[in-house]
Write a protein that binds this ligand. Structure first.
Ligand code: FAD
Length: 449
C-alpha cells in the first residue's frame, strides 16, 4: 500500500503524487512515497503496488484521490512479468525495530526504467475502482490491515509473555515470602513478578478476544444469512476496529515493556531477547493510522454513527454479562460482575458525553478526550470478554473430565483484570470529559519552561 508521502502522513489528503491518463486505459504515475513496507524485495517474481495519486483535474484534499495498480514488472502478453516499470526503491529506512521488514522510499516516474513506458518516464499503472474514490477503495485493505496490526500487538505481547514466563522460572534471586526450599527462589515466586506476569497474560487474553470478536463481526458482515444480521455485524466491525487496532497495540507495547522489566538488566541488553519484542511492538501503535487517529475515528465517526445505536447495543450486551455474573452462585463471578458494572456505567457516561459534545459546540473538547476514551473502551470491552469467558469456564468446571486448572485460571485472569484494570476505569472519566481548555492554556514558551 503506497499512501504516505513526506508531507502527507496522517493527512493523506495532502498527497501530491499524480497520475496522467495515457488514453488507452492506462496511466503514468509520478511522485515519491515514503515508508513503504516491502516496497522492494527479491522474494517474489513481481511486486504489485497499490498507489494513491491524483488525476490532473482532481479536486483538492481527500476527495481528489484515486487508486492505481502499479506492477514492478508490467506483465507481457502471456501474463508473465515483462518490462521493468519506472518505479524504483531509492532508500531504506533504518528503524528501531521490525528489522526483517524492509521499509522503502519509492520513486515513481523518474525515468530510471523506461522500457515499459516506450522510452518515456512514468510508471505504468491502471486505475482500481472509480476516479477520485481511491481513498474509499484503499480503506477496504486498510480496515483489514488495522485488525491485522491489532493482532501484531497481541502476537508480540504473547511472545513477550512466554519469554518472561520462562525466564521467571530460571532466574533465582532472593527468597520469596513463603519460599521454604534451600537457596534463592526463582523470581516467579515473588508477588511483584507474579503481578507483572498476570498483567501480561490477562491483557494479552483481553486484546486477543477483542481482535477475534472484530474478526467475527467482519466475517458476519459478509456472510450472515439475513440483511439485518449483516448490517448489525457491519456496525459492530466498524465500532470495534479502532479499539482492536489502538488498544491492542498500546497494550502490546505495555506488555513488551513488562517483559523487559521481568528480565531486569538482561531485559535491557540485547542478548536477553526481551528488548526485541519491545522495539518490534512500538511500530504497531504508529502505522495503519496512529493510535491518536484511531481514537479520533472512534470518537468522531464510530460513536455518533446511527445516533449512537451500535455503541448502545454493545453496552446492552455488556449489561447482560453483568446480570449473569450477579446471579451466579460463584463469589468470584459476583465480584467480576460488580467491577464490570461500574466500568460499563462510566463507559456509557463517557460515550454519551462525547456524542453530546460533538453535536454541540465542543468538538475540540471531544477530541481532547479521544485517546483516554479509546483506553477505557478497550479496558471495558476486554474486561467484558474475559468475564464472558469466566462465566463459561465456571459452567464447565462442573463437567466430568473438565480441565480444572485451565478453567480456574480463566476465572483468576478475569478476576485479576477486574480488580486491576476495570477498577481504574471510573477514575478516568474526569480526564475524558475535562475538555481541551487546560491543554491549550499554557502558551508555547510557558510549556517549554
Ligand atoms: C515501519 C513503517 C512502515 C510503514 N509502512 C507503510 C506502508 O506500507 N505504506 C504507507 O503508505 N505508509 C506506511 N507507513 C507510514 C505510516 O502509516 C505513517 O508513519 C503514519 O500514518 C503516521 O504518519 P506520519 O509518520 O507522517 O506522522 P504524522 O502524521 O506527522 O503524525 C505525528 C503525530 O501527530 C499526530 N497527528 C497527526 N495528525 C493529527 C490529527 N489530525 N489529529 C490529532 N493528531 C494528529 C499523530 O497521531 C502523531 O502522534 C509506515 C511507517 C513506518 C514507520
Amino acid at each position: 500500500m503506497n499512501l504516505t508521502e513526506p508531507q502527507a502522513g496522517s493527512d493523506v489528503g495532502a498527497l501530491t503524487a499524480r497520475a496522467e491518463p495515457e488514453g488507452d486505459g492506462s496511466y503514468r504515475i509520478f511522485g515519491q512515497k515514503i515508508y513503504i513496507t516491502w516496497g522492494e524485495h527479491p522474494m517474489a517474481a513481481n511486486i504489485v503496488h497499490l498507489v494513491l495519486a491524483r488525476l490532473p483535474d482532481a479536486p483538492p484534499g481527500s476527495r481528489g484521490i484515486s487508486l492505481f495498480l502499479v506492477p514492478k514488472f508490467v506483465p507481457d502478453a502471456a501474463g508473465n512479468p515483462g518490462a521493468r516499470n519506472d518505479v524504483t526503491c531509492i532508500g531504506l529506512e533504518h528503524k528501531m525495530g521490525i528489522h526483517a521488514s524492509p521499509t522503502c522510499t519509492m520513486a515513481y516516474g523518474e525515468g530510471v526504467h523506461t522500457g515499459a513506458g516506450g522510452g518515456r518516464p512514468g510508471a505504468i499503472g491502471w486505475m482500481v475502482g472509480e476516479p477520485n474514490k481511491g481513498l474509499a477503495a484503499m480503506f477496504t485493505m486498510m480496515n483489514s490491515a488495522r485488525l491485522n496490526v491489532g493482532l501484531q500487538g497481541v502476537a508480540v505481547g504473547d511472545a513477550a509473555f512466554q519469554k518472561a514466563h520462562d525466564y521467571a522460572q530460571e532466574r533465582r534471586q532472593g527468597r520469596a515470602e513463603g519460599w521454604t526450599e534451600a537457596g534463592p527462589s526463582p523470581i516467579f515466586h515473588h508477588a511483584d513478578v507474579r503481578r507483572m506476569l498476570m498483567t501480561m497474560k490477562a491483557k494479552v487474553a483481553a486484546a486477543r478476544t477483542i481482535c477475534h470478536m472484530t474478526a467475527v463481526a467482519a466475517d458476519l458482515a459478509r456472510t450472515a444469512t439475513s440483511a439485518e444480521a449483516r448490517e448489525l455485524a457491519r456496525a459492530r466491525e466498524e465500532l470495534l476496529t479502532p479499539i482492536a487496532k489502538g488498544w491492542s497495540t498500546d497494550t502490546g507495547v505495555e506488555i513488551a515493556s513488562l517483559g523487559v522489566q521481568i528480565h531486569g538488566g538482561m531485559g535491557f541488553v540485547e542478548d536477553g531477547g526481551a528488548a526485541q519484542f519491545y522495539r518490534d511492538a512500538r511500530i504497531a501503535a504508529i502505522y495503519e493510522g496512529t493510535n491518536g487517529i484511531q481514537a479520533i475515528d472512534l470518537v468522531s465517526r464510530k460513536l455518533p454513527m446511527e445516533g449512537g445505536g451500535p455503541v448502545r447495543t454493545l453496552i446492552g450486551e455488556m449489561r447482560e454479562t453483568v446480570a449473569a455474573c450477579a446471579t451466579s452462585r460463584s463469589e468470584a463471578l459476583k465480584l467480576i460482575g460488580g467491577r464490570l458494572s461500574a466500568a460499563v456505567d462510566v463507559f456509557e457516561e463517557a460515550a454519551d458525553w462525547l456524542i453530546r459534545a460533538q453535536s454541540g459546540n465542543q468538538k475540540r473538547d471531544a477530541l481532547a478526550g479521544a485517546t483516554p476514551f479509546l483506553k477505557i473502551a478497550g479496558d471495558v470491552t476486554g474486561g467484558w470478554t474475559l468475564a464472558k469467558g469466566a462465566l463459561l469456564a465456571n459452567d464447565r468446571l462442573a463437567t466430568p473430565g473438565a480441565d480444572v486448572a485451565w478453567l480456574t485460571a480463566r476465572l483468576s485472569l478475569a478476576g485479576f483484570f477486574a480488580e486491576n484494570v476495570l477498577s481504574q476505569v471510573p477514575g478516568q472519566l474526569a480526564g475524558i470529559t475535562a475538555g481541551a481548555d487546560q491543554l491549550f492554556e499554557p502558551d508555547i514558551e510557558a510549556l517549554a519552561g
